[in-house]
Ligand binder design. Structure first.
Ligand code: C2O
Ligand code: CU
Ligand code: CU
Length: 496
């Protein structure tokens, strides 16, 4: 595609909101929050994930064709203990190749479930994962090149929890489904018959797929019956492209206790939290007053047109939600409902918010051995080199090309820059420390260890390579707007 054609296509984005309109069918909101089962993958010998097809009724009088791991949509929560070997088995019962990528896990490239590790229809995959990282909330999802967006949208994703028996936080809410709540947030759009509408044209690919309906754990804006006390929410943005700005609708604050790579050194008081695609955060909300509150989100303003038209302002806001794709607002500032919390269950005894958090990862303190520039490119910038509207450093992703080689134990400083809009940048196989964004210093106490960082301009991160990845199964680094990743904004590297 040449530059003029791209610009024409991008400009038609302006017409899209009118075309989309609201969903045809009425989503059934307010059901009770499904709490996924826990599948222990270190304790049990038989931790099988079966990629299967199903149907799921999200809207009145309709059902969507969905896929999931051992269930019709999404999958069980995989629990693994540090210091043990996890032995998940993936069986592919679908007629398309799939993978299970352990997003955020510090495991070698050979078992990380990236694009090279496709499991053919009818085949199985049984990796051994040595769990060697702090307690954290991670996730897993399929990662077939060019199909990741479609496959995750239809349900091939789930949450993963690493526990660290050597670092226990006594008092931290930990009763599953009572005061320790998994919250997988996704936005979807429904078409005729209640099916998912995952239709890609160039503007949608550029923008990333958004939906006008919010799902949590596969239910539309559900209600969770929780403890009347401290409630821990394990937040995972499992959306393809939407960025959430989460807060509580009655204005109460909360404490963030963990980010992607595990606990923060100490709880951080916040009023709101931005969660980009693939990011995780654990928060503790005090509901001991017994009042029902809603977790809500401000609309997403991330859009390529804002950048193209000189950035910021009205245009960016207008294009941000692609108008018709924002869920209906429930508060004056335009926030929409994500999840209601009704504290109608007795709080487990001994709940407390520790002053400092045991087992929090430490910042990377070594001197970097080299600097590396990673340019996340989009539109005219990308096409100059890659001949493709989505690229990194002038090249669109190529499964057969290793972009660079690194060495175990070495620390590198990566300067990541973005074009045209904000991009959530992700690296496989490790966690990194954020030094700065747009020249402003970022504090480890606030950010924690990360594996996804929203880059809108420039960011500096310190990356340490912890596990090996050879040329046959290199690690990927990419934008986690899944349509950008599928479209070529991805690269791969080895660790010797
Ligand atoms: Cu969430 Cu390359 O992955
Ligand atoms: Cu990953
Ligand atoms: Cu992107």
């Amino acid at each position: 595609m040449d530059r003029r054609r791209f610009l024409t296509l991008a400009a038609t984005t302006l017409a899209i909101p009118g075309l989309i309109g609201r969903a045809h069918a009425n989503p059934v909101a307010g059901q009770s929050l499904p709490i996924p089962d826990i599948l222990d993958v270190t304790g049990s010998a038989d931790a099988v994930l079966e990629a299967i097809r199903g149907t799921t009724a999200f809207v009145e009088g309709g059902a969507a064709r969905t896929t999931g791991y051992s269930q019709p949509y999404l999958g069980p929560v995989l629990r693994m203990r540090r210091g043990e070997i996890a032995r998940p088995v993936l069986r592919n019962r679908l007629d398309i190749p799939v993978t299970a990528h352990w997003h955020g896990a510090h495991v070698p490239g050979a078992v990380d479930g990236g694009t090279q590790l496709a499991v053919a229809p009818g085949a199985s995959w049984a990796p051994e994962l040595e769990i060697d990282q702090p307690a954290a909330t991670l996730w897993y999802h399929s990662h077939i090149h060019g199909q990741t967006g479609r496959q995750v949208y239809h349900g091939l994703a789930g949450m993963m929890i690493v526990e660290d028996p050597g670092a226990q936080n006594l008092g931290l809410p930990s009763a599953w489904g009572v005061d320790d709540i998994p919250v997988i947030i996704q936005d979807r759009r429904f078409g005729r018959g209640g099916h998912f509408a995952y239709d890609l044209d160039m503007p949608t690919v550029m923008h990333g797929v958004r939906g006008d309906t919010v799902l949590v754990n596969g239910a539309v804006q559900p209600n969770a019956s929780v403890a009347r006390g401290l409630v821990r929410l394990r937040l995972l943005n499992g959306s393809n492209a939407r960025i959430y700005t989460l807060k509580l609708d009655d204005g109460r604050g909360f404490h963030q206790i963990a980010s992607d790579g595990g606990f923060l050194p100490a709880p951080v008081a916040r009023d709101a939290l931005v969660l980009a695609p693939a990011e995780r955060a654990e928060i503790v909300v005090d509901l001991s007053d017994g009042a029902t509150v809603r977790l809500v989100s401000l609309p997403d303003t991330n859009a390529p047109m804002g950048g193209m038209m000189g950035g910021g302002g009205m245009m960016r806001r207008m294009m941000g939600g692609m108008a018709g794709t924002d869920p209906e607002a429930v508060t004056d500032d335009g926030a929409f409902a994500v999840l209601s919390l009704t504290p109608d269950r007795p709080a487990p005894a001994g709940q407390a918010l520790p002053r400092t958090l045991a087992g929090a990862p430490a910042p990377i303190s070594d001197e970097p051995v080299r600097r590396r520039r990673i340019g996340l490119q989009m539109g005219p910038m990308a096409m100059r080199g890659a001949g493709n509207p989505l690229a990194i450093n002038g090249k669109a992703y190529d499964m057969g090309r290793v972009d660079f080689e690194t060495r175990r134990g070495e620390v590198e400083l990566w300067e990541v820059s973005s074009d045209m809009m904000a991009h959530p940048f992700h690296i496989h196989g490790t966690s990194f420390t954020v030094l700065s964004r747009n020249g402003r210093r970022e504090l480890f106490e606030q950010m924690g260890a990360k594996d996804v960082l929203l880059v809108d301009g420039e960011a500096e991160i310190l990356v340490e390579f912890r596990k090996p990845a050879d040329r046959a199964t290199p690690y990927m680094f990419h934008c986690h707007i899944l349509e950008h990743e599928d479209g070529g904004m991805m690269g791969q590297f080895t660790v010797a």
